[in-house]
Ligand binder design. Structure first.
Ligand SMILES: Cc1cc2nc3c(=O)[nH]c(=O)nc-3n(C[C@H](O)[C@H](O)[C@H](O)COP(=O)(O)OP(=O)(O)OC[C@H]3O[C@@H](n4cnc5c(N)ncnc54)[C@H](O)[C@@H]3O)c2cc1C
Length: 474
């Protein structure tokens, strides 16, 4: 008896979406070839080493956090066997301060069920006046009822909705933007109401534990890229790094060719898991209705400012600041391999103002601000200072962006899309990327099953239609 050959798929792009798609496909029995243009897996979640004094520092390209409600991402970490390499708060606890006034506050959830779990945190939030706090609670309750999937929700900004619900500019900046900028990578004034409502409803308001914050204790490259590579190789997958895909061609209804500079790969199907601008260039003509719509999806930058001090200056895992370019500062010492002193990373989302700024200017501004946020900085010595910039960190989630995000399936049979920019309902996050990859892996498998069913129907029809006279003469 001959064994049925395994179906084959080429996954293009080794970010979280591609990795999730590749492993999902392999788990369904597909023979996977993963092509990644860079020298490492992990895409937007990666790490590098930097010479530091007599040794080296391991640096993530940008601080990444997840929430307890990121169920697909957390399940993916379990599949990779690395969930125990992350830390997840048992209860949301976000220290926030105003460097101008020195006032500190904490957004800490109570053990009460949703939506009461945050009411005490909001009513005691010292960065707003008592009246602003009451109005903020009322707006949060109303936000729970926004119909985020209604097309009209993607025509408004979250900021205009908040203003219409009694929120002052100060309340928006000092409370709502603390979450909006960090999760959607744009301030409320720019963000589509539908995506902001999704984040607040699923991430904060509807389930008490949803908002607890998690971080990796090891470099992102190890957490995602290295761990996924091990799983894929165990599944007999093939991984090609520094393999930039130049063209994707449909050969027949269920046969594809993917070209890199010095090789071609044929497969039954393709998952294209690259950023949206790269996808727009690689998608074969006719695969999607309107490539221009996709090209119109804009991007939003994130900058990280990294500082190594000779001593501890941050005495919590992280702290947020309002009214300051320092949005959040994280203690990165543990994951970096630093043995003494402290390494902190300032995560600056929606970083249009900083993305092209020279390092010297960034240093002047951020060191002065850090000294206000973390008073210990004034006495500390800086041992290293550097900046990482991700110009296209996420798509820009402005009104109208929902219509530009594409579904998993394309018009071309056997060609599927994945990526945090696809139509997952989530902002461009690790959760969104993993969800999109899983969706592509499942769509691939269900397409294969349909193909198999069609083939078997065609075979039995052919069998039934066979001419008995011819059979007798044969
Ligand atoms: C600095 C920063 C901080 C962030 N912080 C957070 C956070 O705190 N929490 C959170 O949830 N999310 C965060 N995000 C967003 C999150 O990292 C991304 O949404 C997610 O990782 C995107 O995954 P992806 O697989 O869709 O895309 P990508 O990671 O961009 O992967 C696409 C891959 O395709 C490859 N590729 C492109 N073109 C080709 C080609 N022609 N051939 C072969 N390969 C190709 C690329 O090299 C890349 O590896 C952050 C992003 C950045 C940049």
């Amino acid at each position: 008896m001959t064994a049925t050959p395994r179906p084959t798929v080429v996954v293009v792009g080794g970010g979280l979406a591609g990795l999730a798609a590749a492993i999902e496909a392999a788990d369904h029995g597909w023979a996977v070839t993963l092509l990644e243009s860079r020298a490492r897996l992990g895409g937007a979640t990666t790490s590098f080493t930097r010479a530091f004094e007599d040794g080296e520092l391991t640096v993530d390209n940008g601080q990444h956090v997840f929430l307890r409600c990121c169920t697909a991402y957390r399940e993916f970490l379990r599949r990779l066997g690395v969930e125990d390499q992350t830390t997840l708060q048992s209860r949301l606890d976000v220290p926030v301060m105003d460097p101008k006034t020195g006032v500190h506050a904490r957004l800490r959830r109570d053990r009460l069920p949703a939506p009461l779990h945050l009411s005490r945190a909001l009513l005691t939030y010292r960065l707003l006046s008592p009246w602003q706090r009451v109005r903020a609670v009322a707006a949060a309750l109303a936000l729970n009822f926004v119909r985020r999937s209604a097309p009209s929700s993607d025509t408004l900004t979250f900021g205009s909705w908040l203003s219409a619900h009694g929120q002052s500019d100060a309340a928006i900046e000092r409370l709502f933007d603390v979450f909006t900028v960090a999760t959607v990578n744009a301030p409320a004034a720019q963000v589509s109401l539908s995506l902001a409502a999704m984040v607040f409803q699923d991430g904060l308001l509807r389930h008490a534990g949803a908002c607890d914050i998690g971080v990796s204790r090891i470099p992102l490259l190890q957490l995602h890229g290295d761990a996924a590579s091990k799983v894929l190789i165990e599944q007999s997958g093939e991984i090609r790094l520094q393999a930039r895909v130049r063209a994707i061609t449909q050969l027949t209804d269920d046969r594809w060719r993917v070209d890199i500079d010095d090789a071609s790969f044929e497969a039954d199907a393709v998952v294209l898991a690259v950023p949206h601008d790269a996808a727009a260039e690689l998608l074969p003509v006719g695969a999607i209705a309107d490539p221009e719509l996709l090209r119109g999806l804009d991007v939003s930058p994130i900058v990280n400012v990294h500082v190594v001090f000779d001593r501890a200056v941050l005495h919590e895992p992280f702290v947020g600041a309002v009214g300051s370019p320092v949005q959040f500062v994280f203690d990165r010492t543990g994951a970096s391999g630093l043995s003494d002193g402290q390494y902190v990373a300032v995560s600056v989302s929606a970083a249009d103002a900083w993305i092209d700024e020279p390092v010297a200017n960034i240093r002047d501004v951020f060191m002065a601000e850090l000294a206000r946020v973390l008073p210990g900085v004034r006495d500390a010595t800086v041992r290293d200072f550097f900046v990482t910039r991700e110009r296209a960190a996420t798509f820009r989630a402005v009104p109208g962006s929902a219509a530009r995000r594409l579904p998993t399936t394309t018009r071309s049979p056997g060609l599927f899309l994945a990526g945090a920019w696809t139509d997952t309902g989530w902002p461009a996050t690790m959760e969104g990327a993993v969800r999109s990859g899983l969706a592509a892996g499942r769509a691939l498998e269900s397409w294969r099953r349909t193909q198999v069913a069609f083939r078997s129907i065609r075979a039995s029809r052919a069998e039934n239609n066979r001419d008995p006279a011819q059979e007798a003469s044969a």
